[in-house]
Design a protein around this ligand. Structure first.
Ligand SMILES: Cc1ncc(COP(=O)(O)O)c(C=O)c1O
Length: 375
């Protein structure tokens, strides 16, 4: 018999959304530095803070000097589309899709840019056959599919001698995994995921071969100002030093700096990864102990450690909605229903800003919601 009594203890911070994700545990708005607010972002203070944010990101990501990193408009989508619009079209394109966001890049490549890409797909919960990728093509993929909880296990499948460029949408992957930067020509992310920062800005990382493409290739289509990274055939280097294309939110920048300093206090990337790994392991234990819960991503090697997607035996969309609603009303878990395009299920963020004790405290609440709905 399942126990329908309400658990005594709630997660202290019931924030399990997969984006925007939980703030760092020590965060509060009055701890943000505000000297750069109400000032020109091109004043010394603004430029200094933007450059500091970039330096901290480089350090926390362990990004080598070969790669540039800059802050751009439009969150992760803006950064990824900026890369697509400025660099694609020179050679054939392959796009990989195994969930909603990868599918979005397929739509961009096929319907908007009309590039007739080769599309390699897999169903929700699975990874496509990565050995099929032809690296003479430019290749677009999502490192961690946030809506299915499936990620590429590593970069071994990316050819070291590729002629095409690799474009990684890495928004739910950075700060949670070791990324092989020598295999990545373009990567993008937004602060709103593993850092628990704000949306609005994207981060664009360019390897040397991407810069070479930008400087030597002009796409056939027009580029809006917010996508322009090249001026008179030369990379706009200022973007990678904090001279943003247009006006940034300095509040979002200060918030990102706070999260990055927190990350640094944990020991940087290793500290962040350790938290995410511990969270994913705690959730895995909850799943293993319950016959009505299972991972959507069957293969542990390609299972996400950030956006963990779970199937609930017998649940349809309405069941999940009620289940998640019950937990939200109790203040036990916010935003844990799966993504709207994914098979009905739960999605529980395990990135570094979530505390492991809160994942552990969630287990009895999942039991309670399941038992209440089946009572
Ligand atoms: C893999 C992936 N790509 C892109 C996006 C879009 O991100 P943003 O809303 O920051 O543009 C998301 C958001 O959840 C995502 O998970």
């Amino acid at each position: 018999m399942t126990d329908v009594r309400k658990p005594q203890a709630r997660p202290a911070r019931p924030f399990f959304s997969s984006g925007p994700c939980a703030k760092p545990p020590v965060w509060s708005p009055d701890k943000l530095a505000t000297e750069s607010l109400g000032r020109s972002h091109r004043a010394k203070i603004g430029k200094t803070r933007l450059a500091y944010c970039i330096d901290l990101m480089r350090e926390m990501l362990q990004l080598p000097d070969t790669h540039r990193i800059g802050i751009v408009p439009g969150s992760d989508t803006g950064a990824f589309e900026m890369a697509m619009w400025t660099m694609l079209g020179q050679r054939p394109v392959t796009t990989l899709a195994w969930e909603s966001f990868g599918e979005g890049w397929v739509t961009d490549a096929a319907k908007q840019l009309k590039l007739d890409p080769t599309v390699i797909r897999a169903d929700y919960g699975e990874l496509p056959d990565l050995t099929q990728v032809d690296w003479s093509n430019d290749v677009l993929f999502t490192w961690n599919g946030t809506t299915s909880g499936v990620r590429v296990p590593d970069g071994d499948w990316i050819a070291a001698d590729r002629a095409g460029l690799s474009f990684a949408d890495a928004t739910s992957a950075v700060f949670a995994y070791d990324l092989p930067w020598d295999k990545i020509d373009v990567a993008t992310f937004s602060w709103q995921k593993v850092l628990g920062g704000e949306g609005g800005h994207g981060v664009l990382i360019l390897g040397p071969r991407a810069v070479e493409r930008l400087e030597n290739y002009t796409p056939a289509w027009p580029l809006p100002k917010v996508f322009r990274l090249v001026s008179k055939g030369t990379l706009a280097e200022g973007v990678f030093k904090g001279e943003t294309i247009n006006t940034p939110s300095m509040l979002a920048v200060e918030d990102a700096i706070f999260a990055l300093e927190w990350a640094k206090s944990l020991g940087g990337l290793d500290g962040l990864k350790a938290r995410s790994d511990a969270n994913a392991a705690a959730l895995d234990k909850i799943v293993a102990d319950r016959d009505w819960l299972s991972h959507l991503a069957a293969d542990p090697a390609s299972r996400s450690k950030t956006s963990v997607c779970l199937s609930v035996a017998g649940a349809d969309e309405a069941f999940i909605k009620t289940f998640a609603g019950l937990l939200e009303a109790e203040g036990a878990a916010y935003d844990i229903a799966g993504y709207r395009d994914a098979p009905p299920g739960l999605r529980i963020w395990c990135g570094a800003t979530v505390d492991t004790a809160d994942i552990e405290a969630l287990g009895p609440w999942l039991d309670w919601a399941y038992a209440s709905l089946n009572a």
